[in-house]
Design a protein around this ligand. Structure first.
Ligand code: LLP
Length: 426
C-alpha cells in the first residue's frame, strides 16, 4: 500500500493527510487512492497488451461510479452480477460490448435489460438459465451471446465462503456435463454459445489451482471446437489476492501469464475479471476512536465504524491491518479488541491484537478496505452509510456524501397507506 505512507508523522493517502479528510468530511469515511487503482489496471493492461483481451473489472468490489469510470478510462470493461451492477457499469461509461454478466440467479427482467444494452457475454450457470435466456432472447428477436461457466472442481484454497470452484459450490456447470450443456445451448433458439468461463474463487494467493482450472477449460474449448462450436472467448475470471497481512500474492502480470500460457495459440480473446486486485489495497476506512473500555477480562477500543460499514472481519474473520493516523513512532501498543458501536458481539475489526495506542478522539485507518468495503455496507442499527472520498495526488474530492437520517426513511411510504384487498376468496 505504498500510496498510504507517513509524512510529517501523519498518515497520508498520496499527497493528502487523512487528518485533513476527516476534518472536512467526518468519519467513518472510505478513502481511495485513484492512482493506486489506476496503477493496478495498467499493470493488467500492460501484461495483456500483445493479446486480444478484455479486463472486465469486477465492479462488485467497489461500485462507486468514479471508481468504475477510472477503470473504464483505462480501457477496462466490466464484470457485473445483477441488473443494478449492469446499470452502474453502463451509467459510468463502460461500453456494453465489454460487459460480461455472471451469477446463478439472473431474472428475466435482468436478462432483458442486458440484451437491450447489447452486452458482450452472458455467463450462464445452469441448464434452466439457458432455457430461460433462450426464451427471453427469442421473444426480443435477438441472439444472446453466451459463455457457459464451468465448475472444474478445483480447490482455490481460500475462505470457504469465497471458494466457488468445488463441485459442492452453487456456481457453474460441472465440467463432466459441460459439453452436453453446450449441445443443449446449440439446440435452443436465440443463443450463440461462444465462450467458456471459469472463476474458482477470490483472495487466491497461489496461482497453481487457477492454472489447473484454466487448463481444464482449455481442454474443453478444444473438445467444443471439434464439435464445431465457434468458441471465441475464454473468461478466466478474477480472484487474484492482495496483501492484507503477510500474504505474498502474485502480481497481475503473473496472473495474466498463467492464463495466456494455458490458452496459447488458441486464437481466443482472453477475458479476466479482477476486482479486489485492482481496488483492495487502494482504499482505507478512516475512523475515529470513541472510547477505551477495560473490563475484568479484556480491553476494548471502540471506534465509530462498525460491521455495517466494513463487514469482512465479522463475516470471514478477515484480517485488516490497523494503523494510527498520527505519529507512528510515538504510539505504544495495547492489546485489545477493536470493536464498533453495532449491537452485535460479532461487530469487531480485530481481536486480541497489539494495536497502536490511539486515545479517544484520535484517528485510525483500517487498511486494505478498497474492495468489498462500501459495497457490502448496510444500514443495520439505522446507521448511515459512510462517505467516500477520492484522492488524486495533492487533492481530494467527495465521491459519495455520507447518508443523512432522511435517507434512512426515504423509501418508506409516508402519509396514508394504500391498503389493497388480498383476500382471494372474495
Ligand atoms: N468474477 C466472478 C464471477 C466473481 O464471482 C467474482 C467475485 C469476481 C470475478 C471478482 O473476484 P476478485 O477478483 O475480487 O477476487 N466479499 C468477498 C469476496 C466475494 C467475491 C465474489 N465474487 C470478500 O470480501 O472477500
Amino acid at each position: 500500500m505504498q500510496e498510504f505512507t507517513y509524512k510529517n508523522e501523519e498518515l497520508h493517502c498520496e499527497g493528502v493527510s487523512l487528518k485533513s479528510i476527516a476534518a472536512a468530511v467526518g468519519t467513518p469515511t472510505f478513502v481511495y487512492s485513484k492512482n493506486a487503482m489506476v496503477a493496478r489496471i495498467r499493470a493488467y493492461e500492460a501484461a495483456l497488451a500483445e493479446a486480444p483481451h478484455i479486463v472486465a473489472y469486477a465492479i462488485k468490489a467497489n461500485t462507486n461510479q468514479w471508481v468504475i469510470r477510472a477503470m473504464a478510462e483505462e480501457g477496462a470493461g466490466g464484470d457485473v452480477h445483477s441488473g443494478g451492477e449492469l446499470y452502474r457499469a453502463l451509467n459510468a461509461g463502460v461500453p456494453a460490448n465489454k460487459i460480461v454478466y455472471s451469477g446463478v440467479g439472473k431474472t428475466t427482467q435482468e436478462m432483458q435489460e442486458a440484451l437491450s444494452a447489447g452486452i458482450m457475454l452472458f455467463s450462464v450457470e445452469s441448464i434452466a438459465e439457458l432455457k430461460t435466456l433462450s426464451g427471453v432472447a427469442r421473444e426480443m428477436g435477438c441472439i444472446a451471446p453466451i459463455a457457459l461457466r464451468v465448475n472444474p472442481h478445483v480447490d482455490a484454497k481460500t475462505h470457504p465462503y469465497i471458494s466457488t470452484g468445488l463441485k459442492t459450490a452453487k456456481f457453474g456447470i460441472p465440467l463432466s456435463y459441460a459439453a452436453d450443456a453446450f449441445e443443449e445451448a446449440r439446440r435452443l433458439p436465440a443463443l450463440n454459445p461462444t465462450g467458456v468461463h471459469i472463476h474458482i474463487g477470490s483472495q487466491i494467493t497461489d496461482l497453481a489451482p487457477v492454472q489447473e482450472a484454466i487448463h481444464h477449460g482449455a481442454d474443453l474449448v478444444r473438445d467444443l471446437r471439434q464439435r464445431n462450436f465457434d468458441i471465441q472467448y475464454f473468461d478466466a475470471g478474477g480472484g487474484l489476492g492482495i496483501t492484507y497481512d503477510t500474504e505474498e500474492p502474485p502480481e497481475p502480470d503473473a496472473h495474466v501469464h498463467a492464463a495466456l500460457q494455458a490458452i496459447h495459440a488458441m486464437n481466443l480473446t482472453l477475458v479476466l475479471e479482477p476486482g479486489r486486485a485492482l481496488v483492495g489495497n487502494a482504499g482505507v476506512l478512516l475512523t475515529r476512536v470513541l472510547y477505551h473500555k477495560q473490563t475484568e477480562e479484556k480491553r476494548f477500543v471502540v471506534i465509530d465504524a462498525g460491521m455495517n460499514d466494513l463487514l469482512r472481519p465479522s463475516l470471514y474473520d478477515a484480517y485488516h491491518e490497523i494503523r494510527a493516523v498520527d505519529d507512528p513512532g510515538a504510539h505504544e501498543r495495547v492489546v485489545a479488541d477493536l470493536v464498533g458501536p453495532v449491537c452485535e458481539e460479532g461487530d469487531f475489526f480485530a481481536k486480541n491484537r497489539a494495536l497502536p495506542h490511539v486515545p479517544g478522539g484520535g484517528l485510525m485507518a483500517v487498511m486494505s478496505a478498497g474492495a468489498y468495503g462500501f459495497t457490502m455496507a448496510s444500514n443495520y442499527n439505522s446507521r448511515r452509510r459512510p462517505a467516500e472520498v477520492f484522492v488524486d495526488g495533492p487533492r481530494f474530492a467527495l465521491i459519495r456524501r455520507r447518508e443523512s437520517y432522511d435517507d434512512l426513511v426515504h423509501h418508506e411510504v409516508s402519509g396514508q397507506l394504500d391498503w389493497l384487498d388480498g383476500n382471494s376468496e372474495r
